[in-house]
Structure formats: structure tokens, C-alpha cells
Design a protein around this ligand. Structure first.
Ligand code: PHE
Length: 452
């Protein structure tokens, strides 16, 4: 497929919005609170922010540069920029990561649809934290509805991806993201004004350094990669739709900042309320689904808020699922030279089949375990902590050492003037700091038992 025929984002704002749409999703609202809750709260947050800065932003810049320079999909871009080498394997790993992520991500996106429905029916009203927790467990263990919702999610995602980049992805994100922010802030205000809320704030913002273990460091790195959508080529693919006049560095900073702010706000939304309502920070994947209905109940206008909020979480999830599916579809379409429709159908059906196993692992398959994890738990753990982390490592090594400084700078300079000191520091971080940091965590993970 020639470059001229490729769809592209309409401009600078369109790119930021779509990349923020990809980054902001269940990773921030659902995964961040539950992982931070299980891994030490404040101490986790600190390490998380550190990784966003020294690894997240450099990898994001590298992905945009690789994507825009090659004008190709996650796998094709490595073939174009590094012909006759094995670098395409990084792209292949990204495609595999996309499969695994979407399989369990669609399960959780499906839960948000059920919760929209329950919010409509006012089913949270008058329930204690314990009752809400039972409801969540009963629902996720029942197989039929969770699978139904999951398929609905996959079908909507497929429809938007089929419509293409500027018409579907960009338009949807532009409206939804700002609205989500407003609602999150409103829910934060309620959570913070509940009696006993300060304990939650302390949990999130007062680091207890004794809680830092190697596992906490690994989980923080995985969460940073997952939340920023880096390490699997989603941003390479989006990068290939970025016009040459769009500044890549500024875009990366803005996307990372927006994503981190939403993650922290999600923590502010969840933890004060959780402690006020008597829940446990180690509540696992159900944390947000159990805590939020508790907040809505004690909010003026909570009924309407509950509905709106779950609608928006669902939509935030959707702007992420489309970016994951797009990785696979762009690859199928360009490498196998098939139509967008065919590529979308093949990808959607195969991922949905894998996804059903993730969904069933809360019910009939809950005893099927590997490394003491269910299928869902394994997909969640492996995608963030192994596939994306390793992908991020290879991407910075590729950019810093194979592509090289001059090509990186050439690409960046196409769209903006950057102070040479800033540019050299960024190159230094991509070449040395980020790979050494990820490498150190990876080597450590290899030697320490009991990480899973
Ligand atoms: N970043 C997305 C989220 O936070 C998830 C995602 C991961 C999307 C990897 C694309 C690639 O929800």
C-alpha cells in the first residue's frame, strides 16, 4: 500500500486526542487503582511516575518516530527501517501483545456495559460495600452476560476500526475525552468529602518506603507501559498516521501528562471512598466496580452520575480497544494485502475467541491455573509485565542503537525546532538511561522468585 493512500489524522490536535484516547482507558481508571492498591499505594505511585518520565516518554517518542518515518504498521515499519534483519520480530511481539491485551481488556470493557445497565436499574441503591462486592462476584462468575457484553464490545470496536482513522477513531476521541475528565473531577470531589476520606489520600500520597519490593518496581514499570499504550506498536501504528508537520516531542509530553493526571485522579476517586466505605485496598480487579457504586449512592444526583460515569468509562475503554485492534488490522491489511473489512473481521473473531476464555476464568474456568493465576490474571500480568516491558526495551534499543541519533533527530526536526541540549538529552535517555533501567528491572525479575 502506498503512503499516499494511507489515512491520516487531520492535524496536531487530532493526533493528541487519538493518542490520549488510546492511553487513557481502563488502564487508568480500572487497572491503576487495583495495582496501586495491591502494591503499596504511595510508594508505588512514586516509582510509577519515575518510570513514566525516564521510560514512558522516551519510548513514546521512539514509537512515533518509527511510525512516522516508515509510514507503516507495527511489523512493516521494522521491515522498512531495518530490512534484512530480525527486528521485525519486535513488531510480531507487538501483534501478539495486542491479541493478549484485547482478550482480557474486552472482558473488563464488557463489565462496564453491565454496570451501565445496572446503574439504569438503580440496583446499587442502599447496598453495603459487602453486598456490592457479592454482586460483582456473582455477575462475573455467571458466564452468559459477561460473554454477551464482551462480544458487543468487540463488535463496536470492529465497527469503528473498520470506518478508518480520521472518521472513526479521531472523531470519537475528540468528544469523549474532555467529558470524561469533567466527570472524574466531580466524582473525586464527592469521594474526598466522605467522612474518613483522608486515610485514602494518605495511602495514595504518603509513600511508605518499607513497602517497596522488587515486585512493586516491576508492577510499576508494567503499569506505566500499559497505561501509556507503549511497547507493542500501537503508537507506531498511530505514528504512521501523523503528518510531517506535527511536533512529535510536544505531543509525547502532552499525552504522557494527560494519561498520568487521569491515573492519579482515578486514585483520588477510588482510595478515599474505599477507606471511607470500609473496603480493602487489595480488592483486585473488582475494586473500581465495587467502590464506585458506593460513592454514587452517597452523592446528590448519584443515580444520573452513576449512569453517565459508567458510560464514559466504557467510552474511554473503547478509544483504547480501537487502538489495540488497529495494530492487528493495519498489519493484516498491509502485509497480507487484504481489505480493511476482511482484516477487521479476521482479527475481531480470533481475538474474541481468546477473550471468551478470559471471561470464563471468573466462572467455569476459575480453577484452570498456571503459575497460580487464572487465564485472565495471566493475560493481564504477562501483557503488561512481560510483553510490553520487553517490547519497550527493544524499541528504545532499536531507536538509540540501530536507527541512530541522526535519523531520530532528522525526523523530530521535520516538525519543530528543538533546543540541541534538549534533543541531545533525549537521545541520551533513549540510548542509555531507558534501556539500562528496563534491563535492570528485567534482570532482577529473572532472579527473584515469587514474582507472579
Ligand atoms: N493504555 C490503555 C489503557 O490505559 C491500554 C492499552 C495498552 C492500549 C496497550 C493500547 C496498547 O487503558
Amino acid at each position: 500500500m502506498s503512503n499516499q493512500k494511507r489515512d491520516s489524522f487531520s492535524g496536531k490536535f487530532g493526533v493528541i486526542v487519538a493518542a490520549v484516547g488510546s492511553a487513557v482507558g481502563l488502564g487508568n481508571i480500572w487497572r491503576f487503582p487495583y495495582i496501586a492498591g495491591e502494591n503499596g499505594g504511595g510508594a508505588f505511585l512514586l516509582i510509577y511516575i519515575f518510570f513514566v518520565i525516564i521510560i514512558g516518554i522516551p519510548v513514546m517518542m521512539s514509537e512515533f518516530v518509527i511510525g512516522r518515518r516508515s509510514g507503516s504498521n507495527a511489523m512493516g515499519s521494522f521491515r522498512k527501517l531495518a530490512p534484512k534483519t530480525s527486528w521485525w520480530l519486535v513488531g510480531l511481539m507487538g501483534i501478539i501483545a495486542a491479541f493478549v491485551i484485547l482478550a482480557f481488556y474486552s472482558t473488563v470493557s464488557g463489565w462496564t456495559l453491565e454496570y451501565i445497565f445496572q446503574a439504569f436499574k438503580n440496583s446499587f441503591s442502599g447496598k453495603t460495600h459487602g453486598q456490592l462486592s457479592n454482586d460483582f462476584n456473582n455477575f462475573t462468575a455467571s458466564s452468559f452476560h459477561p460473554i454477551l457484553w464482551q462480544i458487543v464490545v468487540m463488535a463496536i470496536t470492529a465497527f469503528i476500526v473498520f470506518r478508518g482513522v480520521s472518521k472513526g477513531i479521531e472523531k470519537a476521541s475528540k468528544i469523549l475525552m474532555p467529558l470524561l475528565l469533567v466527570l472524574i473531577i466531580a466524582v473525586c470531589v464527592r469521594s474526598l468529602t466522605l467522612p474518613g476520606a483522608s486515610k485514602g489520600l494518605e495511602f495514595l500520597f504518603k509513600p511508605d518506603f518499607s513497602k517497596i519490593t522488587f515486585k512493586v518496581v516491576l508492577m510499576a514499570l508494567g503499569q506505566a507501559a500499559f497505561s501509556l499504550s507503549i511497547g507493542m506498536g500501537a503508537l507506531i501504528t498511530y505514528g504512521s498516521y501523523i503528518r510531517k508537520d506535527t511536533p512529535l516531542l510536544g505531543t509525547s509530553f502532552q499525552v504522557a501528562a494527560a494519561d498520568t493526571i487521569i491515573a492519579i485522579l482515578s486514585g483520588v476517586m477510588v482510595f478515599p471512598a474505599l477507606f471511607a466505605l470500609g473496603g480493602e485496598s487489595t480488592g483486585g480487579p473488582g475494586l473500581v466496580f465495587i467502590t464506585l457504586p458506593g460513592i454514587f449512592q452517597s452523592m446528590p444526583g448519584g443515580y444520573v452520575f452513576g449512569i453517565l460515569f459508567f458510560v464514559l468509562i466504557f467510552l474511554a475503554a473503547l478509544t483504547s480497544t480501537i487502538s489495540v485492534l488497529e495494530v492487528v488490522v493495519a498489519y493484516f491489511k498491509e502485509d497480507f494485502k487484504i481489505s480493511r473489512l476482511k482484516a477487521t473481521l479476521i482479527a475481531t473473531i480470533s481475538i474474541s475467541i481468546l477473550g471468551i476464555f478470559c471471561t470464563l476464568s471468573f466462572g467455569p474456568l476459575k480453577n484452570v491455573k498456571l503459575f497460580d493465576k487464572t487465564i485472565f490474571g495471566l493475560a493481564d500480568y504477562v501483557s503488561a509485565n512481560i510483553l510490553l516491558t520487553f517490547g519497550a526495551l527493544l524499541i528504545v534499543i532499536f531507536t538509540g542503537w540501530y536507527l541512530g541519533k541522526s535519523k531520530f533527530i532528522d525526523e523530530v526536526k521535520l516538525s519543530c525546532k528543538v533546543n540541541p541540549i534538549v534533543l541531545n538529552s533525549i537521545v541520551f535517555i533513549i540510548k542509555w538511561v531507558a534501556p539500562i533501567a528496563i534491563g535492570a528491572v528485567a534482570i532482577g525479575a529473572f532472579f527473584i522468585k515469587d514474582l507472579m
